[in-house]
Design a protein around this ligand. Structure first.
Ligand SMILES: Nc1ncnc2c1ncn2[C@@H]1O[C@H](COP(=O)(O)OP(=O)(O)OP(=O)(O)O)[C@@H](O)[C@H]1O
Ligand code: SF4
Ligand SMILES: [Mg+2]
Length: 369
């Protein structure tokens, strides 16, 4: 989506955030382990930008989104909003901030209370924040119009709406308090393809009109391509690549991103035939006992011994393109030198069978539109 605002000031900063869910067993409910849902993630979102957050099911996207808006308390690390550390704020201190940070939830069927009328669903945040009853109705009707519904829908129940309309109700609820940051958790994945673009256009228009900053969660790179200024790729709780959107599609550096890109449909059948589809073997491993070293190593075709032993750090390859991989793809020698990735960690060190097709590590990014 188009960037609004000056684009340089971070609105929200996530610093080394971890979110572990304890696993308890037995009569005494002893803690026997933990789900490492988000594991040491650091990035910032600039004012007015859209950051796409992508990864397979279960990699921690929703947990990270919820932690940022403080629906979850982080296990460790910091969330900084407009320069202020909000990690440890209690319910009371958080209340004014709740207006600024809102979430559109993943499932438009489960996220709306079936027993409440639309007017009450959208009006509840207004009520909690002390907006007088007389003003609430008018504001809710205005919001219904903003998201392309009719003010007459005020007294209806959620079951009287289609999936797309319900998602619009979720958007209206998120916008009720004029937030600055909206975490949109897969806002289109439950919708028919035919109405996905309507929803994306609506979110784009609202961003321009209301100067919103978005974190836009999706599980495939196809959806976020045209809406994101930058894209963050997650794998099993880790941030593995972060890049300006176009650069990520042209030259993915981390092999997991390359595999995700190879699954994005290309409308042109000739181009589609030329492209190699990388099929990732096996399921995502358990986040209870994540693999050693690089978490992607059991499924990576470029894996070597170092990948099993040493976790690759997130390295800056220039122009804001960061990736965590011992054998980065699409990176020339000069950039490798500059990024201080040792030669041992270049694509040349990968197995013969796993090497990319040329020494620059060229892969098969998705051709532009
Ligand atoms: N409240 C919770 N208690 C325990 N485990 C949880 C909780 N919420 C999420 N998890 C676990 O944390 C991991 C990450 O879940 P999360 O919902 O964040 O993934 P996701 O990337 O949003 O997946 P999806 O694309 O399916 O929505 C999963 O293994 C999930 O089972
Ligand atoms: S090459 Fe190694 S470090 Fe890079 S993604 Fe594959 S397993 Fe991970
Ligand atoms: Mg999710």
């Amino acid at each position: 989506m188009s960037s609004v605002g000056n684009g340089d000031t971070p609105l929200v900063e996530v610093k080394n955030v971890k979110k572990y869910f304890p696993i308890r067993k037995g009569l005494l409910q002893r803690e026997v382990g933990a789900v490492h849902a988000v594991d040491d993630v650091t990035f910032a979102v600039r004012e007015g930008e859209t950051l796409g957050l992508v990864g397979e099911s279960g990699c921690g996207k929703s947990t990270l989104g919820r932690t940022i808006v403080r629906l979850h308390e982080p296990t460790s690390g910091k969330v900084i909003f407009e320069g202020r550390d909000i990690t440890k704020l209690g319910t009371r201190a958080l209340r004014p901030l709740r207006r600024e940070m809102q979430m559109i939830f993943q499932d438009p069927y489960a996220s709306l209370n079936p027993r409440k009328r639309v007017g009450s669903i959208i009006g509840t945040p207004l009520k909690i924040h002390g907006v007088e009853k007389s003003k609430r109705r008018a504001r809710v009707q205005e919001l219904l119009e903003t998201v392309g519904l009719s003010p007459e829908h005020y007294n209806r129940f959620p079951h009287e709406f289609s999936g797309g309309q319900r998602q619009r109700i979720g958007v209206a609820r998120a916008l009720a308090l004029n937030p600055k940051l909206v975490v949109a958790d897969e806002p289109v994945s439950a919708l028919d393809v035919s109405i996905q673009s309507q929803m994306l256009n609506l979110l784009d228009d609202l961003q321009k009109e209301l100067k919103l900053t978005y974190i836009f969660i999706a599980h495939d790179l196809g959806v976020v391509r045209h809406v994101s200024d930058r894209i963050a790729v997650m794998y099993l709780g880790k941030l593995v690549e972060l890049s300006p959107a176009e650069d990520l599609y042209k030259r993915p550096i981390m092999p997991y991103t390359e595999a995700l890109l190879s699954a994005v449909p290309i409308p042109d059948p000739d181009l589609s035939d030329q492209r190699e589809r990388i099929v990732l073997e096996g399921d995502v491993p358990s986040p209870i006992n994540p693999p050693s070293g690089c978490r992607f190593h059991p499924r990576c075709r470029y894996m070597t011994d170092i990948c099993k032993e040493v976790e690759p750090p997130l390295v800056d390859f220039g122009r804001g393109h960061l990736a965590a991989c011992h054998h980065p793809l699409n990176v020339d020698r000069e950039t490798l030198e500059r990024a201080k990735v040792s030669k041992r960690h270049s694509p040349d060190a990968a197995d013969e069978s796993a090497k990319p097709r040329d020494s620059s590590g060229r892969s098969d990014p998705v051709p532009g539109r």
